[in-house]
Design a protein around this ligand. Structure first.
Ligand code: NAP
Length: 285
């Protein structure tokens, strides 16, 4: 087999940002100079979450948007977080709201996600948005799986009729990923911690998505020859959820770690924020 295709999220994200900057300029022009705003909410002291929020704010500024940071203490209650979300829902200057996951354990994260107004749910985290997306109705998709779909489409990876295996079923990654692949007519299997004989199920995948949250948990020798390998994981040792070094010689395409899924998540969040801003003033994208 020839060298696999590198699904280069970093380069695609950069190109996406260049296109978004032009769309933002058009929105600003038609809004009397007011910049579209993405509000980010960070609760607590998790350093990784703080880094992600900072990266998202920086991406806003690169495309000419503004970002408004809301930072709440570790001891924040569900009611206090809901009040902060309500204020942003009611603020006409804010087009998109991102609540950084995970929040501290005393907070009911699902209730808080679901408080975000549907038209401002640019990170695609509400149950209503998920349901609409799964039904094929217009809604912003969850940013990480939606970014993966953009990457697959950019590289013209065929999806229809192919066997896809998603390892992980979290509300913001595995489940919406499975729904998006199903909407595109893949035959989808979703694996989780109770799945029996995971290596055998993974071995059937023509499109494999690793979304487990454990470093190099999916072994390279489980991967089917010619598979497309999408690794959503990212860990401090700069490895993902798939043992990529041994998967690469077997696969036909793969996302590098870092530089694959991560940049596409941010680019998709920003793209959906720009779309929300365009809709607000009645410009079709
Ligand atoms: P999560 O909420 O912890 O979910 C992990 C999933 O993996 C769960 O569904 C769990 O199954 C499953 N799992 C755990 N152990 C397993 C096992 N032994 N066999 C099979 N399945 C197992 O994680 P997440 O938020 O979806 O994140 C997953 C990964 O993606 C992480 O590495 C995270 O860092 C990464 N991520 C990246 C981005 C990005 O922008 N690049 C964004 C979000 C997440 P159960 O449901 O049965 O517990």
């Amino acid at each position: 087999m020839g060298d696999p295709i590198v699904l280069d999220g970093k380069t695609l994200a950069k190109a996406t940002e260049a296109e978004l900057a032009q769309r933002v300029a058009r929105v600003v022009e038609r809004s009397d100079g007011a910049l579209p705003v993405l509000a980010t909410i960070l609760v607590g002291d998790d350093p990784a979450s703080a880094t992600y929020v900072k990266m998202k704010g920086n991406a806003c500024r690169r495309v000419g948007m503004d970002s408004r940071r809301v930072t709440l203490p570790e001891a924040t209650s569900t009611e206090e977080l809901l009040a902060a979300i309500d204020a942003l829902n009611d603020d006409p200057a804010v087009q998109g709201i991102l609540l950084q996951h995970p929040v501290p354990s005393q907070i009911d994260e699902r209730v808080c996600f679901d408080r975000i107004a549907l038209e401002k749910d640019v990170d695609g985290v509400t149950a209503l948005g998920f349901g609409r997306m799964a039904m094929g109705e217009p809604a912003f998709g969850s940013a990480t799986p939606a970014g993966i779909m953009r990457l697959l489409d950019h590289y013209e990876i065929p999806i229809e009729g192919r066997r896809a295996v998603v390892v992980g079923r979290s509300p913001i990654l595995g489940k919406p990923m499975a729904a998006m692949l199903l909407n595109r007519n893949a035959t989808v299997t979703v694996c989780h911690s109770r799945t029996r004989d995971l290596p055998a199920v993974v071995g059937e995948a023509e499109i494999l998505v690793g979304a487990v949250g454990r470093p190099e948990f999916i072994r390279g020798d489980w991967v089917r020859e010619g598979a497309v390998v999408i690794d959503a994981g990212y860990h401090p040792a700069k490895v993902g959820d798939v043992e990529l070094a041994s998967a690469i010689p077997r696969c036909s395409a793969y996302t590098p770690v870092p530089g694959g899924v991560g940049p596409m998540t941010i680019a998709t969040l920003i793209a959906q924020s720009v779309e929300a801003a365009e809709r607000r003033i009645g410009i079709a994208s």
